[in-house]
Design a protein around this ligand. Structure first.
Ligand SMILES: [Ca+2]
Ligand SMILES: [Ca+2]
Ligand SMILES: [Ca+2]
Length: 844
């Protein structure tokens, strides 16, 4: 991409001549409407159905750099929730000639089709809804055109409705009514997001206001937008009345019995004259070692004229400031919609406090010192991990994070069940339990998955495997956490004489071994049975009532002996057997038994016993499967499994299988299995290590080529879940390669993954890791305390989410986007591994 710098320079010249004076919203090459400070996207991002309404689709507005509006579509309720039906998009047509985009929408459940045509009209867009057939009768009073506005960017700002002033509420406190459930449009797969407490009625919010013209945020020009209609009343709703992640919704109902153009809106987003986005100076919020490379990456609006130089300012001990360094800025070139500069200040090596100045933009301060990386994993290991221990009471100082969850245990998920968190129970239970039968003994150990409270077995397996890896390679005997399985009690910041990592391994194994022993094999997940407690926010101990469900009782009734209830809130075990999962569990149990030996011998024995049994049975099951390629599904996982089994047993057959699979896999794609290959070095000796050398060289070429792929030099993912995890595993492989082959992989490459996470990335420059000594960590995450706009320290966000066609974002005032803000147990343990390897490499 670098070779197009010249092109960009001339494009910039053109832009400054022909200028930003063109105030019309024009349909651009990337197929969205654009003027400086305003992008109107029309279904550049579709509803994909994965998790239904992800607040990422439909008509969207990126307003002065922030995506503040989305969800422009025909919807079936006034304040759509995540599991309300979303429309399919059978077609999207861009008409260059008349500057319009037409999208057809379909609700299969109601055989309901509509079309939306968005047309650029001067500095506004016209949004028109067309029907070729009248609205289905059942949807009258429900279907409408909606457009959703981000609460955190609008609350406390003013609006005018037909000239009457009012203010967007900071918190949801308006009015609702209830209506019979029979009147509510169907939710996804018939699930219900709400617990109606036996009333058979649902809650319907009332509008805050209604009129023909809304002027939003006249007090904040960057957020000011006017919405008007000549043919329809426009209503304003507060989606937070039903769900904390709801948005402010403007909507007009589709009239019954009509066809043709049924709703017409004019939407005019204000463009601040001469607005140019402020440079985003990406650097490490954690700071720098004196001797490490220091390169800031500066993200620039395409209308920002790049600076020639940048400066490093030193904050002196007496509070004065001096220029420590002035250096040239090098233009990297364009990457998606922005232009990038790089500023190398590696020459600044003296320990101290500094900041960067680029043009008028100053960063917050950072530290250069030998100790900057010492604590990067402490919040994750001391705070985030223990808070995610399931089936325990977790205390910190004066604060209780959660009570003991799921005291009533888990029930067998009924056969043929689909699940809202993308799980399913197949046509058999594959256990000795009947549908909905209580399975005693599973409510022990294990980790909450993420911002939700289920045990994802596969993730928990990888957690234990990685914790064993960290224990064996880095021998951290850090002890800051009190863990008592007997008391089912965890106390943060209270050492108890046992290394925390051993207690964390033990906690994971306790649940996984219970699964193997009680179910006979590994479950898919232990998860919620009803949607209305799946989206639980708050104390995990109150997610269920702690009493086993008793169908003989009336709903919500508690038995006279206090030992059961009529509330069907118990969690379920999804138990369809997958020999691949059993295989991973077998290798993990082998590794865990090694780590636990001498600390908890009884559990080490149980783990080893299950390892041997599951391995034998998984092999038999896989051999019995038809040879249609399914046996190979384990793929890279099996290479690693064979290595783990060789380490655990010393048996030659596993080593032979490992090598037989490893070398062809490295030939096919060095990135895919190099980490596993490097993991084997301590066990396989020098000859093996030498044989790996050419592959590490090949990997280095890939690492170097990343410098040309994007200005950050890391593998950036463009999927629907931001790619931080991929960058962490890439960084871990770079660290290992550099530890074992320092002559091939220079350790300077290892800093890039760390810097990405600590602030050198697009959109903003906050650390994606919560509270690790960073000067400016992200403040909000999609954790289980997200309703409080808070974070659990040590969490690692997936990071920069790509929105088609050219926008990266990470909200730090709105936690409710899982794809950018949700740390997971498996992901955060990967961070622990990365951080340990990285510290080991760079601070020796
Ligand atoms: Ca989950
Ligand atoms: Ca401890
Ligand atoms: Ca219960």
């Amino acid at each position: 991409m670098k070779n197009i710098n010249l092109l960009l320079a001339s494009a910039l010249l053109l832009a400054s001549c022909s200028g930003t004076t063109d105030q019309n919203l024009v349909l651009n090459e990337s197929e969205y409407f654009e003027r400086q400070g305003v992008n109107v996207l029309v279904f550049s991002n579709l509803y994909n159905g994965g998790f239904n309404d992800e607040k990422n689709s439909g008509i969207e507005i990126i307003h002065h750099g922030v995506r503040t509006v989305q969800g422009g579509a025909v919807r079936l309720s006034s304040t759509p929730e995540q599991w309300d039906l979303v429309p399919a998009t059978p077609s999207r047509t861009v008409n260059k000639e008349d500057g319009s985009i037409e999208v057809s929408l379909r609700y299969e459940d109601y055989d309901f089709d509509s079309r939306i045509i968005v047309t650029g009209k001067g500095d506004a867009v016209e949004i028109a809804v067309y029907l070729d057939e009248p609205l289905p009768e059942k949807l009258a009073g429900h279907a409408g055109f909606n457009l959703e506005f981000l609460p955190s960017q609008y609350w406390a700002k003013t609006y005018l409705v037909d000239g009457r002033p009012d203010r967007f509420p900071r918190y949801a406190a308006s009015e609702t009514v209830t209506k019979p459930n029979s009147e509510k449009p169907r939710q996804y797969k018939g699930y219900k997001t709400y617990d109606d407490r036996g009333t058979d009625r649902y809650v319907d919010p009332l509008p805050l206001e209604q009129g023909r013209e809304f002027i939003l945020a006249p007090d904040a020009p960057e957020r000011m937008i006017t919405i008007s209609s000549d043919d329809s009343d426009i209503m304003l709703y507060d989606g937070r009345m039903l769900a904390q992640n709801g948005w402010f919704v403007f909507r007009s109902l589709i009239p019954a019995g009509k066809t043709g153009k049924v709703i017409t809106w004019t939407v005019e987003p204000n463009s601040v004259e001469g607005w140019v986005r402020e440079p985003n100076i990406g650097f490490s919020q954690v700071g720098y070692l004196p001797g490490q490379p220091k390169i800031a990456v500066i993200e620039l609006d395409k209308n920002y004229k790049p600076e020639r130089n940048a400066r490093i300012i030193r904050v002196n001990s007496d509070g004065t400031e001096t220029v420590a360094y002035t250096g040239k800025v090098v233009n990297w070139g364009p990457y998606y919609k922005y232009n990038y500069d790089r500023f190398d200040f590696s020459d600044v090596t003296e320990p101290g406090v500094y900041y960067i100045q680029y043009g008028e933009t100053k960063t917050n301060n950072f530290i250069i010192n030998e100790n900057v990386y010492d604590k990067i994993t402490d919040a994750t290991s001391d705070i985030w991990i223990p808070i995610h221990m399931n089936h325990m009471f977790v205390n910190e100082g004066y604060r209780v994070w959660h009570g003991e969850p799921f005291k009533e245990g888990y029930r067998q998920a009924p056969r043929n069940t689909d699940h809202f968190d993308l799980h399913s129970q197949g046509p058999t239970t594959d256990t000795r339990f009947k549908d909905l039968e209580l399975i005693p003994g599973l409510n022990v150990g294990g980790y909450f998955d993420a911002g939700d409270f289920d045990i994802e077995t596969h993730s928990n397996i990888s957690v234990v495997q990685n914790l064993v890896r960290a224990w064996e390679l880095f021998r951290s005997d850090r002890d800051q956490t009190f863990v008592s399985q007997e008391q089912r009690y965890v106390d943060l910041h209270r050492p108890d004489g046992t290394p925390d990592i051993l207690q964390y391994i033990e906690h994971g194994v306790l649940n996984l071994v219970a699964q193997a022993e009680i179910l006979g094999h590994m479950s898919q997940t232990l998860s919620n049975s009803v949607l209305d407690n799946y989206h639980h926010l708050g104390d995990a101990g109150s997610l269920t009532d702690g009493l086993p469900y008793n169908p003989a009782l009336k709903p919500y009734e508690v038995a006279k002996d206090g030992k059961s209830s009529g509330t069907p809130d118990d969690m379920w075990a999804f138990t369809s057997r997958d020999p691949n999962r059993d295989f991973s569990a077998a290798t993990m149990f082998a590794a865990a038994s090694r780590a636990l030996r001498g600390y908890n011998d009884e559990l080490a024995d149980r783990a080893l016993k299950q390892s041997r049994r599951l391995l034998k049975e998984a092999n038999e099951l896989m051999a019995a499967q038809p040879q249609d390629g399914r046996r190979r599904r384990g793929g890279g996982g099996n290479i690693s499994a064979n290595l783990q089994l060789y380490i655990a047993t010393g048996e030659q057959q596993y080593l032979d299988q490992f090598e037989a699979m490893l070398w062809p896999s490295l030939e096919r794609n060095v990135n895919f299995s190099l980490q596993t290959a490097l993991d084997a070095i301590p066990y396989l000796g020098d000859e093996y290590k030498e044989k790996l050398r050419p592959y590490v060289e090949k990997f280095r070429t890939y690492v170097e080529e990343l410098e040309d792929n994007n200005p950050y030099g890391v593998p950036i993912g463009l999927g629907n879940w931001a790619g931080g995890g991929q960058i962490l595993s890439h960084g871990t492989t770079v660290c290992y390669a550099s530890i074992y082959f320092p002559d091939i992989m220079d350790k300077s490459h290892a800093y890039k993954a760390a810097e990405w996470h600590f602030g050198r990335h697009p959109y903003h420059n906050y650390s994606l890791v919560a509270a690790v000594g960073a000067a400016r960590p992200k403040e909000v995450f999609y954790g289980n305390n997200r309703a409080d706009f808070s974070a659990i320290p040590g969490n690692v966000a997936p990071g920069l989410l790509f929105r088609h066609p050219d926008h990266f974002e990470n909200y730090d005032d709105w936690p409710f986007f899982w794809g950018q803000n949700e740390g997971t147990i498996a992901g955060n343990i990967s961070y622990l591994i990365f951080g340990s390897a990285f510290k080991n490499l760079v601070t020796e």
